[in-house]
Design a protein around this ligand. Sequence first.
Ligand SMILES: C[S@@+](CC[C@H](N)C(=O)[O-])C[C@H]1O[C@@H](n2cnc3c(N)ncnc32)[C@H](O)[C@@H]1O
Length: 251
Amino acid sequence: VKLAEPWHETMYDLDFARTTIGSQRFRDLAKKEAAFLVSVLGLTPGDHVLDVPCGTGRHSAVLAKHRLKVTGIDINLSCLKLAKSACRGLDVTLRKGDMSDLSSCRGKFDAVVNLFTSFGYFSTDEKNERVLRELVATVKPGGQVAIHLINRDWLLRVFRPVDWSDQTGRFTLEARKYDPKTFYNEAQRITIDRRSGNAKTNYHRIRLYSKAEMVALMKRCGLKKVRVFGDFEGSEFKKYESSHPIYLGQK
Ligand SMILES: C[S@@+](CC[C@H](N)C(=O)[O-])C[C@H]1O[C@@H](n2cnc3c(N)ncnc32)[C@H](O)[C@@H]1O
């Protein structure tokens, strides 16, 4: 079942968010990831960071615990609801917004972070480039942009057109199709709750980028000193081994 576009605005419903980015496992990962970003970006207490899309607020909360002032933006109200509870009592401002229009945030931030493959969601290269330009526009001159993104060269090496998982409580079947002409990967997923037997479908379509392409795109969008790490341990990037590199650029 192919869901109506834009898929990315609705995929992270409450149930999906709770079992993925809102889960304890993902919240634990965010502690290490956010600490790495604070260190490599050289952020200091009081700096203002934009987390977009912030999802369930897992990084926003940790960044705020590093005494940064955080703004989190996401399009999905279910995610924002979980984010509100994750960030309670912390210096985090949360709001609903679309990453393709960040005009209200222009020039305000010391850094903007876009994490866990939250780039390439739009239907054309031009639209995706516009998102990156919006991200760059949110930071002050000298401000930094961090993007954590799946690596096309790694994904194509390990690509499985059909995948099956049997996680506690649910079965998931995913059928994927990669188009080498457009560099988009499409996936249809069906998740069956073992107890109730209820099935849910979702669809996503993401533009995949190689490191060379991503670095060129960042430079074209006005970023200098682009650095690439292989992972949140700070490892060296390896073309076919690094699954989710971190791209950093300075305005
Ligand atoms: C893969 S999740 C990552 C969220 C968060 N960065 C994290 O690491 O947990 C992608 C997020 O993008 C949000 N999203 C999708 N389309 C969006 C859009 N056009 N503008 C803002 N947020 C969007 C979804 O609601 C979801 O929370």
